[in-house]
Design a protein around this ligand. Structure first.
Ligand SMILES: Cc1ncc(COP(=O)(O)O)c(C=O)c1O
Length: 421
């Protein structure tokens, strides 16, 4: 497979990438925008990608990488998974964007309701932000209240109410948000008390995965406490499963700890890279969901729905979560051993299939950035300020190539830091 995809990136070429960046800077504000912009990353990062198969991706210059970002989450079964691609092609041959949805709309909703314990109904959109925003709107429509509580620093999307960069937004966009601290039930209770009769919902991610910080698993007592708080106040418990959904569990991410939300937001992994998002809800919120007007020109496209059905079936058939846990564990153990061998004090946090690496005392990410650049240069595509993603396509060979790259990256970092002292 590696030979089809080009050479490893030890001696990376950047000719095509450089030319595309120059053209982009003339016709695209900033040359590129959003989470995939590499302007704040070292020059080792390619901006433009050509394609990928399984756990390997290739940039426009033909340099190949083991993919540990998985398109920032969507690719869960590996690039161009045969079953998903076949389902997408079969649907495409029939039709995609039509005057009404295909039968796949109903089939996918039925599959999600059968797969996710708390779900009695499903609605679809395109992006995670659509889904988190819809959850807020449904909670408000159902409860006739205004306020939504979210954890300080949590990412729930890029709409004016939740974007981390306030340029172009107004205070009014966030006026109905209240903040608590993740895993701090007392702070959530205080917010609920201050909100009084006006709390429409509490939105929370399955674990704390704020960019640039060590990740923090949820304390089950905190999750149970939020459930009780919502039961007491009538507010909706909204689980933002956009990033974690179907990577941690073949159902909603808090099912293993026995906490079921009222509403959940999904996107990224549910169609292995095809553009679709979903809101899943419990019976009590069906009426609120029925009342709101939400739509989009491409929200009912049939190809991503067919891809989602195939993805969910393959996740179960392949026991994909177990495969990701296995690969993620080998990767974690290998990286931690390499760090110890090279004398670096690191934290490797989060579930093994969504890990994040930080260096002790490296609050401005200087070491993490240099390490990531060295790893990318050697063919392991990781990120210094965002959690990584492991896919179920990782073979032992992919893991070995990734670990060879990270091992050399630690050694290079050791040499660079020794030279500086
Ligand atoms: C937890 C979480 N919620 C919402 C979103 C927004 O999803 P999208 O970028 O598809 O709009 C993201 C995206 O990274 C996310 O990680």
């Amino acid at each position: 497979m590696a030979s089809q995809l080009g050479q490893l990136a030890g001696t990376a070429q950047r000719t095509a990438d450089t030319a595309l960046r120059a053209r982009a800077s003339a016709v695209i504000p900033g040359g590129m925008y959003g989470h995939q912009a590499v302007s704040s990353l070292p020059p080792e990062y390619p901006q433009f990608m050509r394609g990928g198969v399984g756990a390997r991706v290739t940039d426009v210059d033909g340099n190949s990488y083991v993919d540990l970002m998985c398109s920032y989450g969507p690719v869960v079964l590996g690039h161009r998974h045969p079953g998903v691609e076949l389902a997408a092609r079969d649907q495409e041959a029939l039709g995609d964007c039509q005057n009404g949805p295909g039968p796949v709309l109903v089939e996918l909703a039925e599959l999600l309701v059968a797969t996710v314990t708390h779900a009695d109904w499903a609605m679809f959109a395109k992006n995670g932000t659509d889904a988190t925003t819809m959850c807020c709107t449904i909670a408000r429509a159902q409860t006739h209240r205004r306020l939504i509580a979210v954890a300080r620093g949590a990412y729930h999307g890029a709409a004016p109410w939740c974007t981390p960069r306030p340029a172009g937004t107004t205070e009014a966009d966030r006026a109905n948000l209240r903040l608590f601290d993740f895993n701090d039930l007392a702070s959530a209770r205080a917010v609920a008390e201050q909100a009084g009769e006006d709390l429409a919902g509490i939105m929370v991610s399955p674990f704390r995965h704020d960019a640039g910080y060590d990740q923090e698993l949820v304390d089950p007592a905190f999750a149970r406490g939020l459930r009780e708080l919502c039961d007491q106040t009538g507010a909706a418990l909204i689980l933002d499963d956009v990033r974690c959904g179907f990577r941690l569990h073949h159902g909603s991410s808090w099912e293993p700890i026995g906490v079921l939300p009222d509403l959940s937001a999904w996107s990224k992994a549910i169609a292995n890279g095809y553009p679709i998002a979903a809101v899943l809800g419990a019976e009590r919120f069906r009426d609120g969901a029925r009342q709101i007007f939400v739509t989009g020109s491409f929200w009912f496209s049939a190809v991503p729905m067919a891809a989602a059905i195939a993805t969910i079936r393959a996740l179960k058939a392949q026991d994909a979560v177990a495969a990701m846990e296995r690969a993620g564990t080998i990767l974690r153990d290998g990286i931690l051993a390499q760090a110890a061998e090279s004398g670096f004090d690191v934290s490797y946090t989060g579930p093994v299939q969504m890990p994040y690496l930080t260096f002790a005392g490296d609050s401005n990410h200087v070491l993490a950035t240099e390490f990531a650049a060295q790893a990318v240069r050697r063919g392991a595509f990781i990120h210094p300020r965002h959690n990584w993603f492991v896919s179920a396509a990782m073979t032992d060979d992919d893991i070995a190539v990734a670990l060879a790259a990270t091992g050399e990256a630690f050694a290079a970092l050791r040499r660079a830091t020794a030279d500086r002292h």
